[in-house]
Design a protein around this ligand. Structure first.
Ligand code: S3P
Length: 164
């Protein structure tokens, strides 16, 4: 089985993906870390040196290869922009981690490792523009606000049991 976690920047995809993979005793891949290892440079440097379009191509290539594997994948927040990626996500088990924008903003504001963590207004517009895309790409939504990592992980596992 392949499980992909999607959601906006700051929604805990990396943390929850790792915790989930440990509980399920599955392999775990973080898409951004995978790309950084392949390119031997940071996501910020990829954006600076080659631009977003180049990064999106790497992201698409990596997702389509890794989605064939038996593993948990923590994706990057913009993975759902591409129609091809949304189709890949629909073909596996994709879980959408939902938070209100204000919570996400306090987590990502000023984070220099995130090239798209810009102003409040720009981020809010980006968040709103993506909401439908996260919904389209995923099979299940988990409302994460106020919940612990363990509670979120357990909720995902409960969902997985319903589809097993
Ligand atoms: C992006 C989110 C980032 C990373 C890149 C672009 C986005 O991942 O993939 O900076 O477009 O939302 P996180 O969601 O892990 O921050």
């Amino acid at each position: 089985m392949n499980i992909c976690l999607v959601g906006f920047m700051g929604s805990g995809k990396t943390t929850i993906g790792k915790a989930l993979s440990e509980s399920l005793k599955m392999d775990w891949v973080d898409l951004d870390m995978f790309i950084e290892q392949q390119e031997n440079r940071t996501i910020s440097d990829i954006f600076k040196e080659n631009g977003e379009t180049y990064f999106r191509q790497l992201e698409q290539n990596s997702l389509s290869a890794l989605a064939k594997e038996d593993c948990v994948i923590s994706t990057g927040g913009g993975v759902i922009i591409s129609k091809e990626n949304r189709q890949v996500l629909q073909s596996v088990c994709t879980v959408y981690l939902v938070y209100p924008f204000e919570t996400l903003y306090t987590r990502i504001a000023g984070d220099e490792t995130r090239p798209l963590a810009t102003s409040y207004e720009d981020l809010k517009a980006r968040y709103e523009a993506r909401l439908d895309l996260y919904e389209t790409a995923s099979q299940v939504k988990i409302n994460c606000e106020g919940k612990s990592i363990n509670e979120i992980t357990q909720e995902i596992i409960t969902y997985l049991k319903t589809i097993a």
